[in-house]
Design a protein around this ligand. Structure first.
Ligand code: PBG
Length: 333
């Protein structure tokens, strides 16, 4: 795009910023409740809302409370809620069988939401880490995270989620070949309308720290995830991963984390023109919410600004723990 600017003083670029009305007219991007996916943490019990220490304002909810939250989100115009289970230590095993238990926490929450709240889409997470004694997203054999056997398990996990009523399946595991395997299994089982939102460009990031607390995986994780998650130094590789996942049948793609990777979001959107999402992850949330709690920044303004930046970078939507708070703020305007 060629930008033409008249020489000063004919060209005074401040004219378009001179009042709120003019700024409204020339604004290039908008943020709406319809852009948001709300990640929530599910735990056992009834009537429970338990704060997550490293994420001020975020709680783990029992299934009944998740249903209430889903209703509230739907009323605010948030189109999707994304479930992450906090799994009891006794259910974490080496074979991760709880991952495809039709009655596991995630599947129970999905069924309860689909029954009670028809106007919100349920997204689920495909990866073995909540169920793995090792805390890894895949099976560990002799210290190695093995790919192909993991993909077989991910297929079982995803089918149990689709059977429970999930609308969007989000594979966050970064194994090779999983999108193709998931897509053909879903087709074979008649789940033709279940969408795959691939965590295509997921980086090995320190910003996931608070999340691992929230799902009770921090203690379990041995080593790091850099043999499957991406090196933060790379972005050409992100484009290869996105291309590969689209060819295998992904409907939408994601870049994760969000704000430190906006350049990747832009490259993906420009390069492929597909529905592109970013995940404003737990560490990004904690930085904003923690600083706001201390009075160091204006929390509402920082929240809105951070989310607007995703739109400017080309994202169609954002997964954010701020979702209900933002939607409420946008509705008050
Ligand atoms: C694991 C998973 C992670 C997140 C979503 N799914 C953590 C990880 O890869 O270790 C992170 C989300 C966040 O930090 O908010 N499959």
């Amino acid at each position: 795009m060629q930008s033409i600017v008249a020489p000063f003083p004919a060209g005074r670029l401040r004219r378009n910023r001179s009042s709120g009305l003019i700024r409204d007219l020339v604004r290039e991007n908008y943020l709406a409740a319809g852009d948001l996916i709300w990640p929530v943490f599910v735990r056992d019990g009834e009537g429970v809302e338990e704060p997550v220490a490293s994420m001020p304002g975020v709680v783990r909810r029992s299934v009944d409370k998740i249903v209430e939250a889903a209703k509230e989100a739907a009323d605010l115009g948030i189109p999707a809620i994304c479930l992450f289970p906090y799994t009891d230590h006794v259910l974490k095993t080496e074979d991760c069988a709880e991952a495809w238990n039709p009655n596991n926490l995630s599947n129970r929450a999905t069924r309860a939401i689909k029954e009670a709240v028809p106007n919100i889409a349920v997204m689920t997470d495909v990866a073995l880490d909540p169920y793995n004694v090792n805390g890894h997203d895949g099976f560990v054999e002799n210290g190695e995270i093995v790919n192909d056997r993991t993909v077989e398990a991910l297929v079982k996990q995803a089918l149990s989620q689709a059977d429970a009523g999930a609308d969007i399946i989000g594979p966050s595991d970064m194994m090779d070949g999983r999108i193709g395997a998931l897509r053909s299994a879903l087709e074979a089982q008649g789940h033709t309308n279940v969408a795959l939102l691939s965590y295509a460009a997921k980086y090995a990031s320190a910003f996931y720290g608070p999340f691992r607390d929230a799902v009770g995986a921090s203690g379990a994780l041995k080593g790091d995830k850099s043999t499957y998650q991406m090196d933060p130094a790379n972005s050409d590789e992100a484009l290869r991963l996105v291309a590969r996942d689209l060819e295998e049948g992904a409907d939408m793609v994601m870049v994760k984390p969000g704000m430190p990777y906006l350049d990747v979001c832009r490259r993906v959107k420009d390069g492929f023109g597909v529905p592109t999402f970013a995940y404003q992850v737990s560490g990004e949330y904690a930085m904003i919410a923690g600083a706001a709690q201390n009075g160091w920044i204006d929390g509402d303004k920082a929240m809105i600004e951070s989310l607007m930046c995703f739109k400017r970078a080309g994202c169609d939507g954002i997964l954010t723990y701020f979702a209900p708070q933002v939607a409420r703020l946008l509705a008050d305007k």
